[in-house]
Design a protein around this ligand. Structure first.
Ligand code: UDP
Ligand code: MG
Length: 319
C-alpha cells in the first residue's frame, strides 16, 4: 500500500451470498474516496461459518484484490460478536470501522467517520434515526432495553447506537488487551472505554437481501446477558425483596397484636401469598443462576472463535 495511513473496514458475514457482491462494489467505491483524506484501506471480511456461497464469493474478492481484501474464516458459526472480535484482533489500520454486510450500514459514511477521527475523536458511534427492517416489537423492545440498561448500569449507552462504529488504533489496543470477556457486547465496550467520542446520525437502509439473523429469542438472550454483564444491580434484588416481605410481615404482626384480630383466614389467601413469595424467591434464584452461567462461561475460557482459514493476512497478525 502506498498511503501510510490505513482505514480498516471490518465486515461480519454470515450467509450473505445475495448481499456480498453489491456490498463489495459499494464499499470499494467509498473506500477509494478515502485517498482524498490521505488514507488507504483494507477490508477485513470475517466469514462466520456461512453455509451458503459466501465463502466462495469472499475467496474470489481476496483473489481479485490481494492488496485490499483480507478474509478470516471461522471453523463454524460463532456469532456476530465473535466475528467482530476477530476483525478487531487482525485489523492493521489506524482507524477501524465495523459494519454489517447487508448494506444496512451505508459505506459512503465511512469518510464522514474518518473525518471525525481526524478531528481527534477516538470513538465514532453511528446512531440510527430510522431502521426500516425493524418492526414495532423490535423498536419497542429496543427502546425498553436501552432505558433499563441506562438505569441499572453506571455506563451511559447511546440509544440506537448500532454495530456500525469507528475506533482508533489506541481504542483497538485497549479492547484487544483488556476486554477478552466471553459474554460480549463490543458496542457497549466501545462506549465504556472513555476517550473523546462523538456520534453521527444516519438512516439505516432496508436489508439488501435475506433476513435478519437476530430472532426475538436471540435478541432476548443477548439483551439479558448484556444487562447482567454491565450491572450488578439485579443481584441486589434479593435484598430488596427480603426488605419488602420482612416489612410486610412486621406490619401484619403489629396489626395483629394491636387489634388482636387474626389475618383473614382461608385456603385461598395462604395459597396466593405462598405463590407470590415463591415466585419472588425463584426469580431471585434465577437471577443468581444467570450470573453463575456467565461466570461459568468465563471460567471455561474457551476460545472466542476458531479460525479455519485466512486469506491475505500477514503471519504475525494470526490469532
Ligand atoms: N452475522 C454474523 N454472525 C451471525 C449473525 C450475523 O456474522 O451469527 C452478521 C451478518 O452477516 C450481518 C451482521 O452480522 O453482516 C448483522 O446481522 P443481521 O443483519 O442479521 O442483524 P440485524 O441488522 O438484523 O440486527
Ligand atoms: Mg442487518
Amino acid at each position: 500500500m502506498n498511503l501510510e495511513k490505513i482505514c480498516s473496514v471490518i465486515v461480519s458475514v454470515y450467509n450473505e451470498e445475495d448481499s456480498l457482491e453489491p456490498f463489495y462494489r459499494h464499499c470499494i467505491q467509498s473506500c477509494e474516496k478515502l485517498q482524498e483524506l490521505g488514507y488507504g484501506y483494507e477490508i477485513v471480511f470475517v466469514n462466520d461459518g456461512s453455509q451458503d456461497k459466501s465463502a466462495i464469493l469472499l475467496e474470489d474478492f481476496a483473489e481479485r484484490d490481494k492488496e485490499h481484501v483480507r478474509v478470516l474464516s471461522f471453523s463454524r458459526n460463532f456469532g456476530h460478536e465473535a466475528a467482530m472480535t476477530a476483525g478487531l484482533d487482525h485489523a492493521k489500520g489506524d482507524f477501524l470501522v465495523f459494519m454489517d454486510a447487508d448494506l444496512q450500514h451505508p459505506p459512503e459514511l465511512i469518510s464522514e467517520m474518518l473525518k471525525k477521527f481526524k478531528e481527534g475523536y477516538q470513538v465514532v458511534s453511528m446512531v440510527r434515526t430510522k431502521n426500516p427492517s425493524a418492526g414495532l416489537v423490535k423498536n419497542v423492545t429496543s427502546a425498553l432495553f436501552y432505558w433499563i440498561l441506562n438505569h441499572v448500569s453506571p455506563v451511559h449507552f447511546e440509544e440506537n447506537a448500532s454495530d456500525f462504529f469507528g475506533i482508533s488504533k489506541k481504542v483497538q489496543e485497549v479492547l484487544k488487551k483488556h476486554y477478552r470477556e466471553k459474554v460480549r457486547y463490543l458496542r457497549g465496550f466501545v462506549q465504556s472505554v472513555g476517550f473523546p467520542k462523538t456520534s453521527i446520525r444516519y438512516e439505516a437502509a432496508a436489508r439488501q437481501a435475506g433476513q435478519s439473523h437476530y430472532s426475538l429469542s436471540k435478541l432476548w438472550r443477548f439483551s439479558k446477558n448484556t444487562l447482567f454483564t454491565f450491572s450488578n444491580l439485579p443481584l441486589q434484588l434479593g435484598i430488596f425483596a427480603a426488605i419488602c416481605s420482612g416489612g410486610l410481615g412486621t406490619l401484619l404482626l403489629i396489626y395483629t397484636l394491636l387489634t388482636r384480630k387474626g389475618a383473614p383466614s382461608g385456603y385461598a389467601t395462604i395459597v396466593v401469598v405462598l405463590c407470590f413469595m415463591f415466585a419472588v424467591l425463584f426469580f431471585v434464584i434465577g437471577i443468581i443462576g444467570e450470573y453463575i452461567a456467565i461466570l461459568f462461561e468465563e471460567l471455561k475460557d474457551r476460545p472466542l472463535y476458531i479460525l479455519s482459514d485466512s486469506k491475505n493476512i500477514e503471519e504475525d497478525s494470526e490469532a
